[in-house]
Design a protein around this ligand. Structure first.
Ligand code: GLV
Ligand code: MN
Ligand code: MN
Length: 387
């Protein structure tokens, strides 16, 4: 591979979607994302790939193999980011895929199977509160209801597609026949500290933890902060506080479970106004689906008790429920073998973060390669890795 070229492209691409405060904010179907996609398409052409964009906006570069109609090996990741995220989460996997194919073309390496690099639309879910949109479409599991999901300005996914020149009625055309796909691989920064702490270069991913996203809406009664005695209040925010504490407590009972409240809104939101309504999100994950679902049941049951005691109304809705996914033993073996041939120590580890490959659980075998994240920091402007 040409390390310099990959490194330079990572930096060039990172110019698009720079957040005015810090890091990168590059949401799907925005000007910033379009510019990042156009630059990526240029790299794909430089790599000698045949490019196309599918019906959901996935950007695809293909290198043909010698066997006509043989299923393709997919290499992918995403170009969108979380709010104020870093420059490696996503772009590294896309650009590494392009680099692999460009290096192969330069050395005139021909494979039997075609290989495709895919930059998936909206992996992070930051805009429409559910992610893996492009990979969902490829796996044929994106639905018409999904197109109705809206961003914080009320723009639906379908409308955003339209504004960007895509016909939402044709989203199903992005779905692929599993017979045309041989497998999926992705390179990603680890987003944790295991590799760095143990001075290991490569992680071979054993499986990916499944995120469950819930939206919690609690309705109470807005009132005067000075004139309403404490015992007469129906304050949804204190109920939320109690629920959040319970979420932490229940999750800590399990070694691998992680729970995060990352968004909250308080209405109407005045210093001297008792809140009338509170909404917050929960991201709950475990590598073991039954553990995750047990925690979910417990915290929802406890929350119902907390809310009825406090005389406030609770409504919990599911934003996304993704099953944990094991990586293919065959692909893991191939990666381990490649590592041992190059004298690189490979370390087997699970992924706590979600990735596009999760959507291919029942579609094709998947595998992932992790590289170090500096200080384990990710979803943060300080996200870093070394050349
Ligand atoms: C994606 O980065 C996720 O795991 O939420
Ligand atoms: Mn991410
Ligand atoms: Mn990612």
């Amino acid at each position: 591979m040409n390390k310099e070229r990959l490194w330079n492209r990572l930096h060039e691409l990172s110019q698009y979607g720079k957040d005015p405060i810090a890091g990168h904010t590059r949401f799907s179907f925005t000007k910033e994302e379009r510019m990042a996609k156009d630059l990526t398409a240029k790299y794909m052409l430089e790599a000698g790939l045949e490019i196309r964009e599918d019906a959901i906006g996935n950007l695809i570069g293909r290198k043909e193999g010698t066997m006509s109609d043989a299923p393709a090996v997919l290499i992918g990741s995403h170009l969108d980011s979380v709010p104020q995220g870093g420059m490696f989460d996503g772009p590294l996997g896309v650009l590494a895929g392009i680099e692999v194919l460009q290096s192969m073309n330069e050395r005139e390496i021909v494979t039997d199977h075609p290989i495709e690099v895919i930059a998936f639309t909206d992996e992070e879910g930051s805009r429409f509160q559910f992610g893996l949109i492009g990979s969902k479409a490829v796996a044929g599991v994106l639905t018409e209801e999904d197109l109705q999901r809206s961003d914080q300005n009320g723009i639906t996914l379908g409308q955003a597609m339209k504004e960007n020149g895509f016909d939402p009625l044709r989203f199903k055309e992005a779905a692929r026949d599993p017979k045309t796909v041989k497998g999926y691989v992705e390179v990603h920064i680890e987003q944790g500290k295991v590799l760095e702490t143990n001075n290991l270069p490569i992680g071979v991913v054993s499986g990916i933890a499944g995120p469950l996203w819930l939206n919690w809406k609690i309705k109470g009664e807005a009132g005067h902060a000075g004139a309403t005695p404490m015992q007469l209040r129906k304050d949804p925010l204190v109920a939320a506080a109690e629920i959040m504490q319970d979420i932490e407590e229940q999750s800590k009972k399990y070694t691998n479970a992680v729970a995060t409240v990352g968004k909250i809104s308080i209405k109407p939101g005045g210093v001297n106004v008792i809140p009338g309504e509170v909404e917050f999100t929960l991201d709950l994950r475990d590598i073991d689906e039954s553990v995750r679902d047990t925690i979910e049941k417990t915290i929802v049951a406890n929350a119902n008790k907390i809310c009825s005691k406090r005389k406030v109304e609770l409504e919990v809705t599911t934003l996304q429920r993704v099953a944990p996914v094991p990586c293919s033993p065959e692909i893991r073996e191939v990666i381990e073998h490649a590592c041992s041939q190059s004298g690189v120590k490979a370390y087997t580890m699970p992924s706590g973060a979600g990735h596009d490959g999760m959507q291919f659980k029942d579609f094709c075998p998947i595998g992932m390669i992790f590289v170090q994240s500096k200080d384990g920091i990710s979803h943060n402007p300080a996200e870093w890795s070394t050349k």
